[in-house]
Design a protein around this ligand. Structure first.
Ligand code: GLN
Length: 255
C-alpha cells in the first residue's frame, strides 16, 4: 500500500495558535487506521513537486512572516499548490496561509502581497482585530455540521462571485465580520480563519481531507474506516457549548 504524502508549508514561519496540531491530527488519524503517511516540511528556498503532494497544510502567521513567505511562495510553490489541487490533492489553509492562497492580501502597513489565486478571494486590512472563539455551520457534501475554532486576524476576506464559503459564522467574525461567511472551498481545498487547532476537535473535517488525499494517492474513491471519536466529539461539544454560553450572539437566518 502506497504512502500518503502530506506537505507542511513553512512550519517554521506559519504555525501560530496551535496550527501545527492539524498536521499531528492528520498523521495520527491516518496511522490509527494503518495508513502509512509521510510529512515533508517545506520552507523558504525549497521546491514543491505537485506530483508528490496528496495533502497540503498551510498555517497562519502575522504580517511580518507573510511578507517573508510571500515572494518565496509566488516563485514556485504557489503554482505547484494550484497544480496539485487541480490534480485532486486535498488542502487545508488557515488564516495567513488562506490569505496568501487568495488573489491578494494587503497588510496593515498597506503593502499588497499578491497571492497564488487558488481561491478567488481578496483580503484587506480592517480597523478592528477580530479575536475570539468561533462557531460555524457548514453544509459541505449536503450535510449540516458545525466547526469550532479560534480566530485572531485583522485581515478581512471578501469572496469573489460564486465562491463557496466553508460555512456561516454563527458566533465570531469569520471572513470579514460583515457577511457572516467563513472560509472558502475550492475543489479539495479549504481555507479558513479557524485556529485552535482546528482539526482535533472537528474530526469529521480531518477525515474529509484524509479521504480526499487517499483517493488522490490510490486513484480511486476511498472510504475511511470509522474511528472511536467519543473524546473528540465531547471536546467539540464542550467548546461549542462554551462559545454559545459565553454571550456569543448566535446569528440566525438562511445562507
Ligand atoms: N496577518 C494576518 C491578519 O492579521 C493573519 C493573522 C493570522 O494568521 N492569525 O489578518
Amino acid at each position: 500500500m502506497s504512502t500518503l504524502r502530506l506537505v507542511h508549508l513553512y512550519p517554521d514561519l506559519m504555525s501560530v495558535y496551535g496550527d501545527r496540531g492539524n498536521v499531528l491530527t492528520l498523521v495520527r488519524r491516518a496511522q490509527w487506521r494503518g495508513i502509512a503517511i509521510e510529512v515533508s516540511q517545506l520552507t523558504v528556498g525549497d521546491t514543491l513537486d505537485p506530483r508528490e503532494a496528496d495533502l497540503i497544510f498551510f498555517g497562519g502567521g502575522q504580517d511580518r512572516e507573510q511578507e517573508v513567505v510571500s515572494p518565496d511562495f509566488l516563485r514556485q510553490k504557489g503554482a505547484a499548490v494550484c497544480e496539485a489541487v487541480a490534480g485532486g490533492a486535498a488542502l487545508l489553509s488557515v488564516c495567513g496561509g488562506y490569505q496568501l492562497l487568495g488573489q491578494s492580501y494587503t497588510t496593515v502597513d498597506g503593502q499588497e502581497l499578491p497571492g497564488a489565486g487558488l481561491f478567488e478571494v481578496r483580503s484587506v486590512p480592517g480597523p478592528k482585530r477580530h479575536i475570539g472563539n468561533v462557531l460555524i455551520e457548514t453544509n459541505l457534501d449536503g450535510q449540516r455540521r458545525t466547526l469550532v475554532g479560534f480566530e485572531n486576524h485583522s485581515g478581512r476576506t471578501y469572496l469573489g462571485p460564486g465562491v463557496q464559503p466553508l460555512g456561516r459564522a454563527l458566533v465570531g467574525a469569520g471572513n470579514n465580520g460583515e457577511d457572516h461567511t467563513e472560509g472558502a472551498v475550492y475543489e479539495g481545498a479549504i481555507g479558513s480563519y479557524l485556529h485552535g487547532s482546528l482539526l482535533p476537535k472537528n474530526p469529521w473535517l480531518a477525515d474529509r481531507l484524509l479521504a480526499r488525499a487517499l483517493s488522490h494517492r490510490r486513484g480511486e474513491a476511498v472510504e475511511l474506516a470509522p474511528l472511536d471519536d467519543r473524546l473528540e466529539e465531547d471536546a467539540h461539544e464542550a467548546v461549542a457549548a462554551r462559545i454559545r454560553g459565553a454571550g456569543g450572539r448566535v446569528k440566525s437566518g438562511a445562507w
